[in-house]
Ligand binder design. Structure first.
Ligand SMILES: [Zn+2]
Length: 341
């Protein structure tokens, strides 16, 4: 039996009081006042939002377990400064922990980080440690561009990020490279910015030698790896020109792509070009693309059916649905083994 593990789910329909508090927090920062206290939110309110949305879709579409993180577009690290980012990240992560506590069979937590354009990574390290050691989370979403669409942060291979990578390695958790909303009007968030950031991140890693310094560091590049699989020949050629080892050795022991591509030919290409050991099943529910594909009659983000339809062996399918996720998220693997014991 294969466990269907969705490595990419966001809590996008939230209790109203949580969103209202965020607005109040932003207004208070603008006015130079302290933010109001975070509101009481009942278990029932959380249950309602999850049951009507994520849980319903997970059940309908046949996933067993979702690796669940805060709504990506609302991470908005460019808003305010770190004094705003830290309580916001804590509030969002605490809410994920409550969802996991209410539905432990279905969800496992991944945290957002209190990144801020002017800040170093020390608060993010603290929050990662809190989420992993106290809340039981198994990974994080790392934003390569906390400025929100201007790409002014150093590349992911820069030493700026190293203290954070050391914390990731020590805790043995991976990061999904994930930007937030775009505040650059030239870039649509989910159609332009997300895919651009995925592609840019991969090329940063190709140009550097990060995994020589951190052989156990693991990144998931979401949205099918941006443009990378489609342009695989270009990247192999660039690795050659830049005198890097071939991509299998240089990057592909450490980088993984999800299946959030939203049509069959795209998934076919992904599975054809990229070793199946580097592909993790994901849907990015609920959010990025919400409609029904008129050519198939199914939701675009109903990604399990594309993987089901791949012309691959059952062992490969098992790897994409379960095995790879358990390898990339060892803390999840340990949890699942406990469950079976
Ligand atoms: Zn996402």
């Amino acid at each position: 039996m294969t466990l269907i593990i969705d490595c990419h789910g966001h809590y996008t329909v939230l209790p109203k009081a949580h969103d209202a508090w965020r607005e109040a927090q932003k207004a208070a920062f603008k006015a130079g006042k302290p933010a109001p206290a975070y509101p009481e939110i009942s278990d029932d309110e959380i249950r309602e939002t999850v049951e009507a949305n994520q849980l319903r879709l997970v059940k309908e579409r046949g996933a067993d377990l979702t690796i669940f993180s805060p709504r990506a577009s609302a991470m908005a690290p460019h808003v305010g400064d770190q004094s705003v980012a830290v309580p916001w990240a804590q509030a969002c992560n605490n809410l994920i922990a409550r969802v996991v506590d209410l539905f432990p069979e279905t969800f496992v937590g991944v945290c957002m980080l209190p990144q801020s354009p002017e800040a170093d990574m020390s608060s993010s390290i603290d929050e990662l440690e809190r989420c992993v050691t106290e809340l039981g989370f198994v990974g994080c979403n790392l934003n390569p561009d906390p400025g929100g669409g201007h790409f002014q942060s150093p590349p992911l291979t820069d030493r700026f990020w190293y203290p954070f990578y050391e914390a990731m390695v020590k805790l043995d958790v991976p990061a999904m490279i994930h930007v937030s909303g775009s505040c650059n009007p030239a870039m649509h968030a989910t159609g332009g910015y997300y895919l651009a950031a995925d592609t840019v991140a991969f090329m940063q890693l190709l140009e550097g030698d990060l995994f020589a310094d951190f052989p156990n560091l693991r990144f998931i590049i979401p949205h099918g790896g941006g443009a990378v699989p489609y342009h695989w020949g270009r990247y192999r050629g660039l690795a050659d020109m830049l005198k890097k080892p071939n991509l299998d050795q240089h990057l592909m022991n450490n980088i993984f792509f999800d299946t959030c591509v939203y049509h069959q030919p795209g998934i076919d290409l992904l599975a054809d070009v990229i070793d199946n050991k580097n592909i993790l099943f994901g849907s990015e529910m609920v959010g990025a693309v919400r409609g029904i594909d008129p050519t198939t009659g199914f939701y675009f983000d109903d990604t399990k059916r594309y993987v089901d339809a791949l012309d691959i062996s059952e062992a490969e399918r098992h790897a994409i649905f379960e095995g790879n996720a358990r390898r990339v998220f060892p803390r999840l693997d340990a949890r699942l083994k406990e469950r079976c014991a």
